[in-house]
Design a protein around this ligand. Sequence first.
Ligand code: SF4
Ligand code: SF4
Length: 135
Amino acid sequence: MMIRIGKENLQSEFVKLVERISGEKLANCYQCGNCTGGCPVSYAMDYGPQEIIRLLQLGQEETVKNANSMWICVGCLQCYQRCPKSVSAANILEALRLLTLRKGEDHDNIKDLPFQFLKEAPQQAIICGFRKLVA
Ligand code: SF4
Ligand code: SF4
């Protein structure tokens, strides 16, 4: 059975926000899967970038919000590089992160990070992680 993208889904407030922040049009994605195919960390995601976009097209807001995908993305832009429709899944995942962080919902709590990790991890990794995972 063919699943159609409902107009009401594309116009939900959440999807509108994701589109506005990311600058991407979700309907431009035709689900070829190139983004997920090239993503170096999709194996660790609950849903790869292609699936995240499809879930958003279908208005599955809660599933997207609860997936770890936005936090796993390393922002390498491989997905954008490979997309024949010039859709940046990286921008979409970044928009999802921003929407969560702007509500004050940190993904990581700094005080919970193990001391040994803070001692040994490269400073760039720590700063980069804080910028991405903490409001
Ligand atoms: S590569 Fe582009 S068109 Fe293909 S699934 Fe990913 S975002 Fe959609
Ligand atoms: S930017 Fe994120 S989603 Fe895109 S290929 Fe890199 S890790 Fe995967």
